[in-house]
Design a protein around this ligand. Structure first.
Ligand code: C2E
Ligand code: MG
Ligand code: MG
Length: 644
């Protein structure tokens, strides 16, 4: 436009100058008054000058024009280049590109579009982008998108679309409106990338951060987060929740004796059994090792929490069939109720931990609640462990012996060694108060070793004094039994004391045997080969299966005193007693009834055919000297142990 204007102006100027030159030049020459020869010469010079000036002007114009032409052809080349580059980007980018006209009909798509959506260009050109909708977003979502496009000219965000295959997938989408020279929207350009892989790794990361890979249950982090929410909610709404900390009893032995693989399988199976007990609003987590957590919110009452704990314990009652074996495992549960005067989530966890500790020391396979007295209890316990350690060093342990009688002829046949702690301030402490602590703190090994040696030595001394005793029975803690070196220890002690193995009887509780019946079978077998007697203590409390019992190489069953207490009138106790005696007879095992306190119980048991009896009726646990006197045929009649 400007060039055209300049050219006509220049032409006009040239015509004007040329016209003036022709008109004025001749008049000026005439005014000079020259002769005709001179005039002719000057006119020739004037003509020559005109041609020269015109030529110079023409040359200048041509040069300018040529320069312009070169520049514009160079510009054209550059814009062609950038168009080519843009096309290459469009073709090769990994992002899908879709261009629509103002009426939202698709006018261009790139190869990445086809790769991501599965639609070829031919299938979508002329169609609307709504063809790709997944149906995951509602009308309000698209309305907000269009509003943003109209107002700001662009929108970006996450959109779930559907591929041609039907698969719904997430995209990150940027849409831009393109305006024409008059400022109206001419096209829309959408650039998007498939973020399903990103989402997947995000999900995997989340899974890794919040879930335990072994059990697939929430881990401690997620559990604590949920507990924090539950705690806040119960505080706000004045409702209640319960936290149950569940710890498997003696899980370590499974790992140690059967390999970590079997341990892992067992943890998974336990997790599944627990999970089957859950109802809505509960979170089960594996907090690490053999510890699980259960969050119950809302929890209407302590009873509900107790029932839940009972249910979890019960779910472990039947054996686990793993790696071709039957495994039994028990658990202890600590319960903390919240918000109940608790001011932080940490305290809820601490309280549950203390309660778990209490449950464990109550003899495992049970549950306990946290209460104020428990903190005190925990403190005392720490002190007690320290004092018990000193008791061993300072020779404060004592052995008492309780007689066992033949129920048929009333004879004193043997004694059971029972440990006591002669505490400098508290006096004689019964084993129930320190054996569980000794088991937890690992001191039990040293205590049992001391008891075994002392009892064997005492038996040798009695025999040397002519006492009529067939055996001394020694209790073996579950922990020592399951550690698996008991046979070596017994061999050592028998050798050191010179006691005839037939005069030593080892009592193992039913629950210790059933903790790991296969391993127990091997251990009992090895002990039996030493020639010692073997008894199952507290029989009736440990869920023995008859099939297993049949195979155990033991000599005696000691019927737990809880079944003897109600004899002879309690019909349940009588039925259980009858069944155990019959079982013993059919398996050719001797049966000992523990806790006999009254003469009618002796009579009842004798009539049923029970072999031996033990209890206050015959005699309380007493010192070795008193047993020595009672077992001496000369003094037997003069000092009956049953005397109060
Ligand atoms: P246990 O082996 O079943 O021992 C029998 C317990 O019942 C003894 O309690 C005994 O005093 C008590 N008892 C006996 N007759 C009667 C009776 O007529 N009525 C009542 N109410 N009780 C009776 P003790 O001495 O307190 O021992 C408790 C438990 O502690 C034992 O139960 C045993 O499991 C454990 N224990 C005792 N000494 C040792 C030991 O040296 N090592 C280990 N590992 N555990 C021991
Ligand atoms: Mg015993
Ligand atoms: Mg017992």
């Amino acid at each position: 436009m400007n060039t055209r204007l300049g050219a006509s102006r220049l032409t006009l100027l040239y015509l004007l100058a040329a016209g003036l030159w022709v008109l004025l030049g001749d008049s000026w020459l005439a005014a000079l008054g020259l002769d005709s020869t001179q005039l002719n010469r000057l006119q020739s010079v004037k003509g020559l000058l005109f041609v020269l000036l015109s030529g110079a002007l023409l040359y200048g114009l041509l040069r300018v024009q040529q320069h312009r032409l070169t520049r514009s052809s160079r510009d054209l080349g550059a814009s062609e280049d950038s168009l080519r580059q843009a096309a290459a980007v469009f073709e090769s980018t990994q992002e899908g590109v879709l261009v629509t006209d103002a009426e939202q009909r698709i006018v261009h798509v790139n190869p990445a579009f086809s790769r991501i959506t599965g639609y070829s260009a031919a299938e979508v050109l002329g169609q609307r982008p709504s063809l790709l909708k997944s149906g995951r977003h509602d009308g309000a979502f698209y309305q907000a998108l269009w509003e943003a496009l109209q107002r700001h000219g662009s929108w970006s965000g996450e959109v779930w679309n559907r591929r041609k295959s039907g698969e719904v997938y997430p995209q990150w989408h940027c849409i831009r409106a393109i305006h024409d020279e008059r400022g109206r929207i001419g096209h829309y350009v959408a650039v998007f990338s498939d973020i399903s892989a990103l989402k997947r790794s995000e999900r995997e990361l989340n899974q890794l951060a919040h879930y335990d890979p072994l059990s697939n249950l929430p881990n401690r982090l997620l559990f604590t987060e949920r507990l924090a929410h539950a705690f806040d909610r119960t505080t706000r709404t004045q409702s209640h929740g319960a936290l149950l900390l569940i710890d498997l009893d003696h899980f370590k032995h499974i790992n140690e004796s059967l390999s970590h693989n079997v341990g892992d399988l067992l943890l998974q199976a336990v997790g599944e059994r627990f999970a089957a007990q859950l109802s809505d609003g509960m979170t089960l987590a594996r907090l690490g090792g053999d510890e699980f957590g259960l969050l119950c919110e809302p929890c209407a009452s302590p009873d509900q929490a107790a029932d839940l704990a009972q249910q979890l314990l019960h779910s472990l009652a039947s054996p686990f069939l793993l790696a071709g074996r039957e495994l039994y495992i028990g658990a202890s549960i600590g319960i903390s109720l919240f918000p109940e005067a608790i001011d932080s989530v940490e305290q809820v966890l601490r309280n549950a931990d203390s309660a778990l500790f209490k449950a464990k020391s109550n003899g495992r396979e049970g549950f306990a609640f946290y209460d104020q007295a428990l903190t005190q209890y925990a403190r005392q316990r720490v002190e007690l462990v320290g004092a018990l350690r000193q008791a061993l060093d300072n020779a404060q342990l004592r052995l008492h012996y309780q007689p066992l009688h033949d129920l048929q002829d009333g004879r004193l046949v043997g004694v059971e060694a029972l440990v006591r702690w002669q505490h400098p301030q508290r006096g004689l402490v019964p084993p129930a108060e320190f054996i569980p602590i000794a088991e937890d703190s690992g001191l039990i090994g040293a205590i049992d070793a001391w008891v075994l040696e002392r009892a064997c030595r005492q038996m040798v001394a009695w025999q040397a004094a002519g006492a009529e005793l067939e055996f001394v029975a020694v209790n073996v803690s579950g922990r020592l039994f399951n550690r698996g070196e008991l046979d070596l220890q017994v061999t050592r002690v028998l050798a050191a004391t010179g006691l005839d193995p037939a005069c030593l009887e080892l009592e193992v509780t039913e629950s210790a045997v059933m903790e790991n019946p296969d391993a127990a079978l091997l251990r009992l077998e090895r002990l039996r080969q030493l020639g010692v007697g073997l008894a199952i203590d507290d029989f009736g409390t440990g869920y023995s299966s008859l099939a297993r019992l049949k195979r155990l190489p033991v000599h005696k069953l000691k019927l737990d005193q809880s079944f003897v207490r109600g004899l002879p009138h309690d019909s349940d106790d009588a039925a259980i007693t009858r069944a155990v005696i019959a079982l013993g007879q059919s398996l050719e095992l001797r049966v000992v009834a523990e806790g006999i306190e009254r003469p009618e119980q002796v009579e009842f048991l004798r009539q049923l055919g029970c072999d031996y009896g033990q209890g206050y009726h015959f005699g309380r646990p007493v010192t070795a000297e008193r047993i020595g006197r009672a077992a001496d045929p000369a003094t037997l009649a003069s000092e009956p142990l049953g005397a109060p």
